[in-house]
Write a protein that binds this ligand. Structure first.
Ligand code: AMP
Ligand code: MG
Length: 360
């Protein structure tokens, strides 16, 4: 039993670093950068040190830049957009931010409005915009209701090339639901352009991988939201991504209740029924947005939302500890210490009509 516990701890520790290393390996360079409210680890494998280091430094610089450009609450490109929208003005952004906003529009539409990067006002009322968890009183219910009624949507944006304005002054952009995914996609692209073949970008369990870990795949753990441990591991093929949204990371505690940092745009309230959603895919932006949207969708509706967002490899854990996985995800799960913590229910995604959505 003790040995099993030790093995689990070892696997987790390594899993938390994004990969489970083997012995007598080629060089691995590790760098960390603190952005988007989390520590991002860059692991580059099998390159000479100078090349690996300069690629890692370039990724670090890129992530810092994106962090300040896309920050909703500090001066910077997105902060300026929010200030302009509040005044009914137009703001200029760079191509990169314009592309992310267009992508956000597509994903928001596909999610049926559950993924909604325009609800910065609600995020602010709940206090989830700070780097530290909120405390104190709950937000005023009238303030929440007023904002919900104003119905801020990313669809209200007018994106004309790189000029951004909004038809709705209640729009306040907060890219927190997919910024990590979008940033890691750009970072992975930059690593490839710099000739790096085998690497992992790990933002606290949100992972993009490049290539392989020597003779085998990069292996990543999916955290158990209830106890220190992992529910399973997944071996990621070159170019795959794994994103988890969890209400165990950042939450508001009041009167013994926990309020997650993911908010249902239709009620203005944090989600409570789902504690963690993991999406495996090939695009970090989409996987990140989908993990957030499925958390909002809840235990009944998540399969339809997953289908609408084109994500078929999903693991969902509800607040009662029920673990559900799509058949595609079930096939990918590997037990960490002999067995899975609980029985995993297989849930097939329904056939539904795909929503007609665009970036424009
Ligand atoms: P994630 O951890 O990817 O699920 O992102 C959570 C973050 O996304 C929160 O801290 C908010 O900044 C933002 N957010 C909260 N609710 C939503 C929502 N319904 N749609 C999009 N972004 C959201
Ligand atoms: Mg997300």
């Amino acid at each position: 039993m003790k040995r099993l516990a030790l093995a689990l701890c070892a696997a987790l520790a390594l899993g938390a670093l994004g990969a489970i290393a083997a012995s007598r390996e080629p060089p691995e360079l590790r760098e960390t950068v603190y952005v988007f409210g989390t520590l991002i680890e860059i692991v580059i494998r099998g390159e000479n040190e100078a090349k690996a280091r300069s690629a890692a430094v370039a990724v670090g610089d890129l992530l810092q830049e994106l962090h300040s450009d896309w920050h909703a609450w500090r001066p910077g490109q997105l902060g300026d957009v929010n200030a302009a929208i509040a005044k009914g003005d137009l703001a200029k952004v760079d191509d990169r931010l314009a592309a992310v906003l267009r992508e956000g529009r597509l994903l928001g539409c596909e999610s049926g409005g559950l993924f909604e990067p325009a609800i910065g006002g609600l995020v602010g009322l709940w206090g989830f915009h700070a780097d530290t968890p909120p405390e104190g009183a709950l937000p005023d219910t009238r303030d929440l209701a007023d904002l919900v009624r104003a119905r801020p949507q990313i669809a209200d944006l007018i994106i004309d090339d790189t000029s951004v304005s909004s038809r709705n002054p209640a729009v306040q952009l907060d890219l927190g639901g997919f910024a990590k995914g979008a940033a890691l996609d750009l970072a992975a692209e930059q690593l490839r352009a710099n000739g790096i073949q085998d690497a992992v970008l790990n933002a606290g369990g949100d992972v993009n991988v490049l290539g392989r870990h020597g003779g085998r795949a990069w292996r990543v753990a999916i955290r158990d939201p209830f106890v220190w441990g992992a529910v399973a591991a997944v071996s990621l093929a070159p170019g795959e991504v794994l994103y988890t949204s969890g209400n165990y990371e950042r939450y508001f505690e009041h009167g013994g209740a926990r309020f997650a940092h993911i908010i249902d745009p239709l009620t203005g309230k944090p989600v409570q029924d789902i504690v963690s959603v993991t999406v495996l895919g090939r695009n970090g932006t989409r996987a990140d947005a989908a993990a957030t949207a499925l958390s909002v969708a809840g235990p009944e509706a998540w399969p339809a939302t997953a289908r609408a967002m084109g994500t078929d490899t999903v693991l969902v854990i509800d607040r009662h500890g029920r673990i559900m996985a799509t058949p595609a995800m079930r096939d990918r799960l590997e037990p960490i210490a002999g067995d899975f913590p609980t029985q995993i229910e297989t849930v097939t995604l329904p056939d539904i009509e795909q929503p007609e959505c665009s970036r424009g």
